[in-house]
Design a protein around this ligand. Structure first.
Ligand code: FES
Length: 104
């Protein structure tokens, strides 16, 4: 496995969102509420692209049906109304010499 650099960690500020294609997979690197996550670009609800989703308070809100997902645990927020919605598809991140990336 080798380290694939995505972004300098110092650049990961509130509201950061950038799309990457890594190993043929469409991924979104996001940062909010002190949390950095690498997630699938497709919303787990209905596949809508999350690249223009709002980020705030450690959550990402899909533009299509406005469901918010926690960056902490990946779950949809909203109680019973979203109980059947799958969580965010997340990838493991790593940090090497001040660079955030993924091992592939
Ligand atoms: S497709 Fe994202 S909330 Fe429905």
């Amino acid at each position: 496995m080798s380290f694939y650099r995505l972004e300098s960690t110092i650049n990961l500020i509130e509201g950061y969102s950038r799309q990457f294609i890594v190993d043929g997979e469409d991924m979104l690197l996001v940062h909010s509420g002190g949390l950095t996550r690498l997630i699938s670009t497709a919303c787990p609800h209905d596949g809508y692209p999350l690249k223009k989703a709002k980020l705030a308070n450690g959550c990402i809100q899909c533009p299509k049906h406005r469901i918010c997902f926690s960056l902490d645990n990946g779950r949809a927020l909203g109680g019973e109304a979203v109980a059947d919605v799958a969580g965010l598809n997340r990838y493991d991140l790593a940090e090497v010499d001040g660079e955030t990336g993924i091992y592939i």
